[in-house]
Design a protein around this ligand. Sequence first.
Ligand code: SF4
Ligand code: SF4
Length: 301
Amino acid sequence: MADGLVFDIQHFCLDDGPGIRTTVFFKGCPLRCIWCHNAEGLSAEPQLYYASEKCTGCRKCADVCPENVHSFRETGHDVDFLSCVSCGSCADVCGREALRIAGRRMSAREVLKDVLADKPFYDQSEGGVTLSGGEPLMQGDFACELAELAKINGLHVCVETSGYCTPQTLRQILPFTDLFLFDFKHHDPQLHRRFTGVDNRRILENLRFLSENGKELILRCPIIPGCNDSEPHYRAIAELSEELCGVTAVHIEPYHPFGLSKYRAVGRKAAYVRDELLDRRDAERIRDHIASLTAKPVVIS
Ligand code: SF4
Ligand code: SF4
């Protein structure tokens, strides 16, 4: 029985696999994609999350914090994230929900109980549960136990992954997964390392392993201006989708800046700051171009 660290469980999700789904967000990721929009998913430890827009300046948090993390000046409420020990005392007294600890230890059975509450909706819509993150396969034993329990209870299971995990973890979770939502971030090994912090060799080996084992795959391709919005990458996406027999679709994920506030909320600096979304017409043009190079369906997600 493995415990895991989860930073969110979202119900009624429509973009994380077929039908209506519950998405479980695992905390911790071995990659550092510069455009990541889930800043609270990066660290593998519980951490303070401060939503400044909800704060009224009541100062109750400063009264209870043993580490003097909260201070108040003319400029407003300062949070010294580096001194925080994630005890949660400030979150307990904040009546505005401006503070919380992102990351909760849960057993796979506890998560499953929450997920099963929506089973009638999955049954009606052919939905299920999606393991996401962060990187769910970084907590391999926990992810496998949850996927196995979900299958025992008749649920459709998706795993949303960067593909950066050990072959053993992949082999272990394979029988309990119906669909892998597999990221393809950059075809070039050096640029992959530059933009994500890791080489793509292991990722591509894992992708091929899943394909050879008959797994259904959707390639999820973030399109990030200045990083991978290039003709060679579009061609590589199309070639990969053609080459791998398990790929049933390509999902284009245009850049959006909605995650930037989360960096401030966990006291991190965003590495890629661009305020505009990728223009819808540009995204459609990229979609159509990739679609002209492969027989697989290409959609914007
Ligand atoms: S307790 Fe909450 S609302 Fe009050 S100052 Fe602290 S963060 Fe702001
Ligand atoms: S979680 Fe604990 S240590 Fe961190 S700011 Fe809140 S009270 Fe202080």
